[in-house]
Write a protein that binds this ligand. Structure first.
Ligand code: ATR
Length: 279
């Protein structure tokens, strides 16, 4: 598609953003549905966030994604937050609605959609283990609480952080049994869903977030890391017999949710996924 005088724009704000994959699948999405929009990446210096948001808004930006390191810094600049962004205390999506900036967080919804679509797994009533207690773990825990998991165990190197996340999730979802997992006594066989929400397994942080024993095809092992495509954790999980999902799928589906917020349209997920795969 060639930009012309009517082309509208959306984009992503972060630093660095040069390697972001969002422009790949968002531009594919606009093209697939025939919208004359482009999606651009904006690398914003820390002191320029407020000015950038005001400037983009004044220029008629149709929607933004927010990524590292600004998912929390953006909050005071927004007029309103949806319930999920409020609970996660971070926004990855801005909707420009009638001159107001509304913050959303689609990471968790993207995770749940991917589970349903990629593994035909319905998390309602299931027992889940989340490894990690940072921002990603919080998004995923809130999403799992929202869809009604039966129990949630949080395993983290820093147990104080795990305890804080457990208290928070317990306060939002009193019917969910939320506990800190004891690092010495986690039996992977006891969970329907196991999620690595740490950076352990990335090229610059090699290792295994949890030792895995025999698993079954009914168990789903998710790694939010999307590069490498198959982390050590996923490779072993697949060998031990579980269904595995890579973080690219969560990335894709969170983007699909953002697309729908900005455009009011169903996201052409197949086209978006194909563009991502090609890249
Ligand atoms: P994000 O927002 O992507 O979740 P984060 O908030 O920095 O990033 O969280 C990173 C997570 O990876 C944390 O759970 C962190 O554990 P700690 O809270 O104990 O720091 C986890 N993590 C990173 N490197 C790790 C390592 N080498 N071993 C175990 N956990 C690690």
């Amino acid at each position: 598609m060639h930009a012309n005088g009517q082309t509208a724009f959306a984009g992503i704000i972060g630093s660095p953003v040069g390697h972001s994959l969002s422009p790949v699948f968002q531009n594919a999405a606009f093209e697939a549905v025939g919208l004359n929009w482009v999606y651009l990446a904006f690398d914003i210096a820390p002191g320029e966030l407020q000015k950038s948001i005001a400037g983009l808004s004044a220029c008629g930006c149709r929607g933004l994604n927010i990524t590292m390191p600004y998912k929390r810094d953006i909050l005071p600049l927004l007029d309103d937050l949806d319930e999920t962004a409020l609970r996660v205390d971070a926004a990855n999506t801005i909707e420009f609605r009638n001159g107001k900036l509304i913050g959303h967080n689609t990471d968790g919804a993207g995770f749940i959609k991917s589970l349903r679509q990629d593994a035909a797994f319905d998390p309602e009533g299931s027992d889940a283990l989340i490894i990690g207690a940072g921002g990603a773990a919080r998004s995923i825990s809130v999403a799992l609480g929202q869809v009604g998991v039966r129990s949630l165990k949080i395993l983290n190197r820093d147990t104080g952080k795990a305890e804080r996340l457990v208290r928070l999730i317990g306060s939002y979802f009193p019917d969910c049994l939320v506990e800190v997992a004891d690092s010495g006594g986690v039996d992977p066989a006891g969970f329907d869903l196991l999620v690595n929400a740490t950076s352990v397994g990335m090229e610059n942080n090699p290792g295994l977030p949890l030792m895995l024993e025999a698993l079954t095809p009914a168990q789903v092992v998710y790694d939010i890391i999307y590069w490498p495509l198959e982390t050590e954790f996923l490779r072993i999980a697949a060998e031990k017999g579980a269904q595995t999902i890579n973080g690219l799928r969560m990335l894709l589906f969170q983007g699909a949710e953002s697309f729908s917020i900005w455009t009011g349209l169903d996201a052409p997920v197949e086209h978006m996924g194909a563009a991502l795969k090609e890249r």
